[in-house]
Design a binder for this molecule. Structure first.
Ligand code: DI6
Ligand code: FE
Length: 411
């Protein structure tokens, strides 16, 4: 399949005889190219397009890979996960099967707080060790970039431990990791009766220390009746701004606190969940360029019935990404392919929207569109080669993985 040449090379490696879904925004739909070629040098894409348009002769590539007519997409991007966590909540799953509700379990001291107990007991090594199988499941489906949030530590030591473990995953595996500080995920038990004190601790102690150590690429919060109010989130966002960190928000998941509009007001990279977002929220997001991150796994797992207003987002021109939300409480999900199927089946998203949602739009949601998310010159040579006849198969199948090869930084 692959031949090595010895003469001076125009590029390190070239993949030919491929069908490309480039996701190039200048092209319609998925930016399809038949009889396509990708040339990579120094880990980046030198050329992606038709073989006829290749700017140098084929034999000037150091190595040529024949893709046998397979499809190539950009490497998949999971732009919203809580992948680094300890233990599981299968017990709560059983409680819910017996009729208990998510909010009810949370109010009874279960939910996020039980994951906090487990995470605080786990060492950084144990967190890395427990998270790797989940990461490997995503990697096996062609994921090349992942976002990982803290939020189960809820004090400086344990939030920092989570973020360090997340960063370490990028050394353990060939994947780009973006970290997000989610101190405003829940009230820790020791601040149960002191909301003001905890928010002040995030703003005055935790966020500055995490920023100083360079542990987070962004700041997130859970804006919800069972979590933090919009006023509390404003304080956290103001602190993030003061430290030069971009923000994002778990917004309007279980009720409409106008979190989407708040996120937009702060120029958030993304607002996530959005089941209860209204027209004003969608319009504000469109205006600020805030990406809607759709999380069908959580919707499915907690048997939510209110769907995110996909049509509203389309009409308003809001970009839509899709992510697993991998977490022990509401989305023990480690398949981005299945997530696409859910977005299509449950929310009526189109095949093109689903595939763009885990590539180009997911990159946009992480502020990484200049580096990954499409097959365009200058970006990292991160892509997935698939054994499929047409792109729709990536969304259509359930529990089947047609990945042929995963290329990261040209390897
Ligand atoms: N929304 C969610 O779906 C997860 N966090 C959040 O803010 C749930 C986290 C958990 O229950 O552990
Ligand atoms: Fe989440």
């Amino acid at each position: 399949m692959s031949s090595i040449k010895s003469k001076p090379a125009a590029c390190d490696r070239l993949w030919r005889n491929a069908r490309l879904a480039t996701l190039d925004p200048a092209l319609p739909g998925l930016g399809l190219v038949e009889n396509g070629v990708i040339a990579a040098a120094d880990g980046r894409i030198l050329y992606a397009g038709s073989e006829a348009g290749l700017p140098f002769p084929l034999d000037q590539a150091a190595e040529v890979v024949d893709c046998g007519g397979r499809w190539i997409t950009p490497g998949l991007i999971d732009c919203h996960t809580h992948l680094v966590h300890a233990g599981d909540r299968a017990n709560e799953f059983e409680m819910r099967l017996a009729g208990a509700g998510y909010e009810e379990i949370a109010r009874a001291g279960g939910g996020i707080v039980s994951s906090v107990r487990s995470l605080r007991e786990a060492s950084e090594d144990a967190l890395v060790h427990q998270s790797l199988p989940r990461l490997d499941a995503l990697i096996a489906e062609g994921v090349t970039t992942i976002e990982i949030k803290s939020g189960y530590g809820l004090d400086l030591e344990n939030e920092a431990k989570t973020l360090r473990a997340a960063r370490r995953l990028a050394d353990e595996r060939d994947i780009a990791v973006r970290t997000t500080f989610l101190g405003a995920h829940a009230l820790p038990p020791e601040y149960r009766d002191d909301r003001t004190g905890y928010v002040a601790k995030i703003v005055n102690d935790m966020l500055p220390a995490i920023s100083a150590e360079g542990l987070a690429d962004a700041v997130d919060g859970f804006c919800e009746g069972i979590a933090f109010s919009t006023d509390e989130m404003r304080q956290v966002f103001d602190a993030a701004r003061a430290h030069g960190l971009p923000v994002k928000l778990h917004a309007d998941q279980l009720s409409n606190l106008h979190g989407a509009a708040l996120a937009a007001e702060y120029g958030a990279l993304s607002a996530d969940h959005l089941e209860y977002t209204d027209e004003a929220g969608a319009e504000a997001m469109a205006k600020s360029g805030t990406v809607a991150v759709i999380l069908p796994g959580a919707f499915y797992f907690i048997r939510e019935t209110k769907k995110p207003p996909i049509d509203l987002f389309r009409r308003a021109g809001v970009a839509m990404a899709i992510a697993t939300d991998n977490n022990p409480g509401t989305a023990p999900l480690t398949s981005l392919l299945l997530t696409m199927n859910m977005a299509a089946t449950l929310f009526g998203m189109t095949v093109d929207e689903c595939i763009a949602g885990v590539t180009r739009e997911a990159a946009r949601a992480l502020g990484l569109l200049g580096q990954v998310g499409t097959l365009e010159p200058g970006k990292w040579a991160d892509f997935a080669i698939w054994d499929i006849e047409r792109p729709a198969e990536l969304v259509y199948r359930m529990g089947f993985n047609p990945l042929h090869a995963r290329i990261r930084n040209g390897h």
